[in-house]
Design a protein around this ligand. Structure first.
Ligand SMILES: *Cc1c(COP(=O)(O)O)cnc(C)c1O
Length: 381
C-alpha cells in the first residue's frame, strides 16, 4: 500500500513509452563495448577524444593509486585535498586563462553548488530555455528569481534584462554547446549583454572543453579567453575522467570554497580521477593531432549524412537525428542495436514533448569505417 503510488506513477511512464532501464556493458576500448558476448560500436558516448583508453591517461591513474591510495578519505576542506588537486586546478586555470579554478565532484555538483552559493532569493537569474538539468536544479536550489529566455534569442534576453530594474545581483547562465542539440550559444553577444546590463555571465562548457576552440572551450572559440566570469566544465566527458570544475577569479573561487555546499559536504574525488584528468588535459594541449582527428571525424560524418539525405543540423560532435515521435526514435535505436551499434534514444523529459531523437556522438577514436557503417545502417533503417 505504501508503495502503490510509485507503481502507478511508473505505469504512467511505461505507458508513454518513456521507461528507461540500465544496460551494463564491458568497455573494450574507447568506441567498443561487449554486451552478452557480442561487440557493439559505441556512438553515444561523450568520450569525445577517446582518452579514456589512452595509455598515458591509464598509466597516470595507476600511478596515482599506487602513490596516493584508492580513496581520498575526506572532503576537500577536511583531509581529502591531496596534492594532485593543486596541480590540476593550476592547470585548469592556465588552460582557461583565469586566476583560479576549483574542482567539484561532478559537473552536476558544480552547477548546483555555484548557483546556490552565488544567488539568493532576492537575486535574478536569466537562463536559456534549453539549459542542462543541473543548471535548472541549481537555480531551483538558490530560490533566485528565474527568467527563462527563448533558446539563443538575444532580443528576448535583452528585453528581459531591460525590464529588470534592480540593484541586486543579476546572472546570465547558458550551456555553450547544448547537450541534446549540439548547437552553440552566441557567447560574443551574451558577453556584450552581460557587460551592458551589469550581469555576471556563467557558461557551462561540459560539451565544449576539449572540443571547441582547439579544445580550450567556448571562450577561446569566441576570442573571449579569460573574460567570462564563470566557466564551468566537466572532467567526465572529453577529459576522460570524473568530476566538474569552474574557472573563475580568485575572489569567486574563495567564495565558492567557503559557500558552495556541494563542494564542502562531499568527499573529494580519488587520486586516480584527478591524475587521469590532469594527464588528459596535458594531452589536449600537447598532442593537437587528437583534436584534429575529432574535427576530421565530425566533418566526415556530416558529409556522409548529407550525401545520404539524412537531415542533421549540428556544429559540434553531437548529431541529433530528431524523429519527433518517441516510438520512432526507439525503433531506430533498436534497429541499430540489432546491428551492433549503440545510439541512445532521447525522450521526454530530457527533451521537450514531440522532440524525441537519436543522439549520436562522434569521437576522435572512431574510424572512417565506423562512421560509414553507422550511416549505412541509418539509410537501411
Ligand atoms: C554532462 C553535463 C553536466 C554534468 O556533468 P557531469 O560531470 O557529468 O556531472 C553539466 N552540464 C552539461 C551541459 C552537461 O552536458
Amino acid at each position: 500500500m505504501l508503495h502503490s503510488h510509485y507503481t502507478e506513477e511508473l505505469q504512467i511512464v511505461k505507458n508513454a513509452g518513456n521507461l528507461r532501464q540500465l544496460k551494463h556493458f564491458k568497455p573494450t576500448g574507447a568506441t567498443t563495448v561487449i554486451y552478452n558476448r557480442e561487440t557493439y560500436l559505441m556512438m553515444s558516448s561523450n568520450n569525445y577524444l577517446g582518452l579514456t583508453h589512452h595509455p598515458e591517461v591509464i598509466k597516470a591513474a595507476q600511478q596515482a593509486v599506487e602513490e596516493y591510495g584508492t580513496g581520498s578519505g575526506g572532503s576537500r576542506l577536511m583531509s581529502g585535498s591531496h596534492q594532485l588537486f593543486l596541480q590540476l586546478e593550476n592547470q585548469l586555470a592556465d588552460f582557461k586563462k583565469t586566476e583560479k579554478a576549483l574542482v567539484f565532484n561532478t559537473g552536476y555538483m558544480a552547477n548546483l553548488g555555484i548557483l546556490s552559493a552565488l544567488l539568493t532569493k532576492d537575486d535574478f537569474v536569466f537562463s536559456d530555455a534549453l539549459n542542462h538539468a543541473s543548471i535548472i536544479d541549481g537555480i531551483r536550489l538558490s530560490k533566485a528569481q528565474l527568467t527563462i529566455y527563448k533558446h539563443k534569442d538575444m532580443n528576448d534576453l535583452e528585453r528581459l534584462l531591460k525590464q529588470c530594474q534592480s540593484n541586486r545581483t543579476k546572472l546570465i547562465v547558458t550551456d555553450s554547446v547544448f547537450s541534446m542539440d549540439g548547437d552553440i550559444a552566441p557567447l560574443d553577444e551574451l558577453y556584450a549583454l552581460s557587460r551592458k546590463y551589469n550581469a555576471l555571465l556563467m557558461v557551462d562548457d561540459a560539451h565544449a572543453t576539449g572540443v571547441l576552440g582547439d579544445g580550450y572551450g567556448s571562450a577561446a572559440h569566441f576570442n573571449l579567453h579569460g573574460k567570462i566570469d564563470l566557466q564551468v566544465g566537466t572532467l567526465s566527458k572529453a577529459l576522460a575522467s570524473e568530476g566538474g570544475f569552474v574557472a573563475t577569479s580568485s575572489l569567486l573561487q574563495e567564495y565558492l570554497i567557503n559557500k558552495a555546499r556541494s563542494f564542502i559536504y562531499s568527499t573529494a574525488l580519488t587520486p586516480a580521477d584527478i591524475a587521469a584528468a590532469s594527464t588528459a588535459l596535458r594531452l589536449v594541449r600537447e598532442d593537437t593531432s587528437i583534436i584534429r582527428r575529432l574535427q576530421h571525424n565530425v566533418s566526415c560524418l556530416r558529409t556522409l549524412l548529407r550525401d545520404s539525405d539524412i537531415q542533421v543540423e549540428t556544429e559540434t560532435p553531437i548529431f541529433p537525428i530528431v524523429t519527433g515521435d518517441t516510438n520512432v526514435a526507439i525503433h531506430l535505436a533498436d534497429y541499430l542495436w540489432d546491428n551492433k551499434i549503440i545510439a541512445t534514444p532521447i525522450r521526454p523529459p530530457t527533451v521537450p514533448e514531440n522532440a524525441a531523437r537519436l543522439r549520436i556522438t562522434v569521437s576522435a577514436a572512431h574510424t572512417e569505417e565506423d562512421l560509414q557503417r553507422l550511416v549505412k545502417m541509418l539509410v537501411s533503417a
